[in-house]
Design a protein around this ligand. Sequence first.
Ligand SMILES: *Cc1c(COP(=O)(O)O)cnc(C)c1O
Length: 481
Amino acid sequence: MHNASPHELLQSLPQVEEVLHAPCVRALETKLPRASLVQAVRDAIGAARSAILAGSSVEADPALIAADAATRGLALTRPSLRRVINASGVIIHTNLGRSVLAPAAARAVADVAWGYSTLEYDTGAMARGSRHAHCEKLICALTGAEAAIAVNNNAAAVMMVLSEFARGHKAVVSRGELVEIGGSFRIPDIMALSDAAMVEVGTTNKTHPRDYALAVDDDTAMLLKVHPSNYRLIGFTESVPVRELRSIADAANARRAGGGVETLVYEDQGSGAFAALPCFGDYAEPTVAESLRQGADIVSFSGDKLLGGPQAGIIVGSKRLIDRLKANPLARALRLDKMTLAALEATLRLYLDEERAVREIPTLRMLCETADDVRPRAERLAHALAEAAGGAARIDIVSEISRAGGGALPMCDIPTWAVQVSFVRGDALSCERHLICERDVPVVCRIKKDAVLLDARTILDDDEIAEAARAFGEYFEEARA
Ligand SMILES: *Cc1c(COP(=O)(O)O)cnc(C)c1O
């Protein structure tokens, strides 16, 4: 066969009509509107054209393009957002939806989804109510705050706090805390967006109380403390605790004696630990309640990190300040929907009994389980995988490390048991491809050397063990062929 030039290849690309007549595309005529089918065909031809222009020596084979069009069309009929089995050992896995809801929270979501609800209806007053009311009392009871508001996520919370309290004024922040939290959320950018003038103090590794004190002037509306979530400075470091920021703010406010701008202390806690769980050991994050007790005026944190609830950003503080946030137009733009509110309320209610919270909130349970607790699950998984593999792989139970993830407890090594699949037939890379690309319920695991590792800590139940074993079974079946 001669090597066709790119020009010849482009010339030989099939017409849309031709691809539409291919049997595998026509088979979709009853499943998809014609416009969607035509679009899928155009996309497939377009992809082939781009590949040719990029120098790929693919053939402009109409059958391959038709198959690609059919795959693209079929993709529309399949759920894109779907369940995944997380065997990675990363508990708050941002790519996999962070926290798994407690059963009570998932039921609460279903309840308000299937029917009408009291979202903005006060049954006591038999009148219009506020959606902010559902979670506020619980948050206050659990943190000791006077008032609270929950919004779309913590990034939204930070933006709202900065624009309400620091817009047009100065906000002082340590150079050691100018963090990027991921997904292009950077403290300096969010400052700029909210029209707060950022004043950086200290150095990357050390910031002292006097750095803040010297930076404060009559236009300083905020001392901002950002929890360095996803990284740690170790070695020669110093940061200023909330208690000291409180004294600095108090001194500044006293100097102004009620005139001019008020200097507030705001801590963006990020992960938002609610319970001081002994299992976090030396790495325990400060709880929201502690931050408030130390004198923060406002604290904000995520709903789906250490709290273990739905995506949300929670802001706590005095009634005077939270009332201002409630009146900010952003509160309307960033408000929570009924399903999230239902999940959040149900999750928070579980915290009224801390032992129950640890038992029923998956994020907490997985963080607190010891390696011994995980072991029986690893054994059941190993057993199921050995059965699925036949002689196609060696299955071992190995000691490993799980991670909290979600930017929480970055230094915390959580000992665990993982199942290691070493391949006799097939290999780790093609197996991983099968587990992720070919499954309705993808299985996300880790690869170490030439083996696939499945951490039993983040596998939720025996159904997931059975499903993972099925996935491996089908991979080995294909590898035999
Ligand atoms: C995670 C995090 C955020 C962003 O919270 P989201 O709920 O993901 O929007 C903001 N600040 C800190 C310190 C964080 O750790």
